[in-house]
Write a protein that binds this ligand. Structure first.
Ligand SMILES: [Mg+2]
Length: 362
C-alpha cells in the first residue's frame, strides 16, 4: 500500500468573499493510494482555515498519513480484503472498523483523515466494480443543489445570482456577515430582484446576537428559508437564544464540525451542515447524518472550495440529505479533476466504479 501526495493550486473564477475575508486562490492536496494489485483510490484534503490549519500544517499531516500506510500496509490490505467480502450494509460503511482504527492512530487533522478515508473507499469500490454510493448502499436521487453567491459588491453578487439562475439552480445560498445589518439586507433585497425561489443565507459567524435577532425577522419577510451559522463558533448560548427567537430555522456549520460537536449543539438549532472535510470523511459524515435524522434536524451536505475529487465523493451521499451545497469545484477556473457535474442545476453523478473523479487531462 503506497501513497502519493500532490499539491494543487486552485484558482477561483471570481473572488470568493466570506465574512472572514476574500480569497482569489486556495491550495488543496490529493492523495493517491495504490494496493498490491495496482488498484488506485484517491481522496482530497483542503485546510480548515477557521481551525487554524494551513497548507503547510496539512502537508505535514498528510505525510504522517503516508507514513501510517507504509507502516501498516499489511493490516490495511487485510481490512480491505475483509470489507470486500462483506455484504452491503445500508446502515454503515464496510470500512467503518478500519476508519475507527485510522481515527485513533491519526487524531490530528480531520482533512487529512478525510483524504485517506475517501481514497480507501474509492479503492475498495473500484476493486468491487461498484460506485461509491452502491458500496455504501445509498440509493435515490441526489437532494436539490444550491449555488453559493460569495460576498462582493452588490452588483457583482446580483450578477453571480443571475448566472446561477440562468444555469438552472433553483436554490441559492448567499454569503453575508461582513458589514452591518443594513448592507446584508441590501444584498438580499437586490438578489431577490433576480431570484424569487429558494434562498438561504450564511453569515459564517459574522453577526452578534442582537443583529442576528433583528436580521432574522427582516430576512423572513424577504422569503429567506434558513440562516446558517449566524454567530462565531462556540457561542452556543447565543445560538440557542437566536434560534429560539428567530422565525427562521438556524443551521450550524462552524459549530457542527464533527460528531463530538453535535453533543453540544443547542436543541433549538434546526439543522447541521455536514462536510466530509470537517468531520474526517465518509464514515463520520454518515454518522452525523444519522444523528440529525434521528432528531428531526435538517441536513445540508456542504463542501470547501475544493476540486471535483472531494466534491464528487460527497455527492455520492447527496440522496441522504435535504440540500446539497456542493458547488466548491464549480467556483474554480482550473479544476484539476472531473467527476460530478451540474446539469440544469441538478447533480449528475459520474458512471463507473468508485468515486468516479479522474484527473483532468492537461
Ligand atoms: Mg457555511
Amino acid at each position: 500500500m503506497k501513497a502519493r501526495i500532490t499539491e494543487h493550486r486552485l484558482i477561483l473564477a471570481h473572488p470568493f468573499g466570506l465574512s472572514t475575508g476574500t480569497s482569489h486562490e486556495r491550495r488543496s492536496f490529493s492523495i493517491e493510494v495504490r494496493d498490491r494489485e495496482g488498484t488506485v483510490g484517491r481522496g482530497e484534503a483542503t485546510p480548515l482555515h477557521y481551525m487554524g490549519e494551513t497548507p503547510e500544517t496539512l502537508r505535514g499531516e498528510l505525510d504522517r498519513v503516508a507514513a501510517f500506510l507504509a507502516s501498516r500496509k499489511d493490516a490495511v490490505e487485510n481490512a480491505l480484503g475483509e470489507a470486500a467480502g462483506a455484504p452491503v450494509d445500508r446502515s454503515a460503511s464496510p470500512l467503518a472498523a478500519l476508519d475507527a482504527h485510522i481515527a485513533a492512530a491519526l487524531p490530528g487533522s480531520a482533512a487529512a483523515r478525510c483524504a485517506l478515508s475517501t481514497a480507501l473507499h474509492d479503492l475498495l469500490a473500484c476493486r468491487l466494480s461498484l460506485s461509491l454510493r452502491d458500496l455504501l448502499g445509498v440509493s435515490g436521487a441526489p437532494a436539490p443543489a444550491s449555488f453559493t453567491v460569495a460576498l462582493d459588491d452588490v452588483e457583482a453578487m446580483v450578477e453571480r445570482a443571475r448566472e446561477a439562475v440562468a444555469a438552472g439552480f433553483c436554490v441559492l445560498k448567499v454569503k453575508l456577515g461582513r458589514g452591518d445589518g443594513a448592507s446584508d439586507l441590501k444584498i438580499v433585497k437586490a438578489i431577490r430582484s433576480v431570484h424569487s425561489g429558494r434562498l438561504l443565507v450564511d453569515a459564517n459567524g459574522g453577526w452578534s446576537v442582537a443583529s442576528a435577532r433583528e436580521l432574522a425577522t427582516r430576512l423572513a419577510d424577504l422569503g429567506v428559508e434558513a440562516i446558517e451559522q449566524p454567530l462565531p463558533r462556540g457561542e452556543r448560548a447565543g445560538m440557542a437564544e437566536v434560534a429560539r427567537q428567530s422565525p427562521l430555522p438556524i443551521l450550524a456549520d462552524e459549530d457542527s464540525l464533527d460528531l463530538a460537536d453535535l453533543d453540544h449543539l443547542p436543541a433549538e438549532v434546526g439543522g447541521i451542515n455536514v462536510k466530509l472535510m470537517k468531520c474526517g470523511g465518509i464514515v463520520p459524515a454518515l454518522a452525523m447524518i444519522r444523528w440529525a435524522r434521528a432528531r428531526g434536524r435538517r441536513v445540508m451536505l456542504g463542501c470547501m472550495v475544493q476540486s471535483s475529487l472531494g466534491i464528487t465523493a460527497a455527492a455520492h451521499l447527496a440522496p441522504l440529505v435535504d440540500l446539497a451545497d456542493l458547488d466548491g469545484a464549480a467556483l474554480l477556473a482550473n479544476d484539476p479533476f472531473e467527476g460530478m457535474r451540474f446539469e440544469k442545476g441538478r447533480i449528475v453523478l459520474p458512471g463507473g466504479p468508485g468515486v468516479g473523479a479522474v484527473p483532468r487531462s492537461p
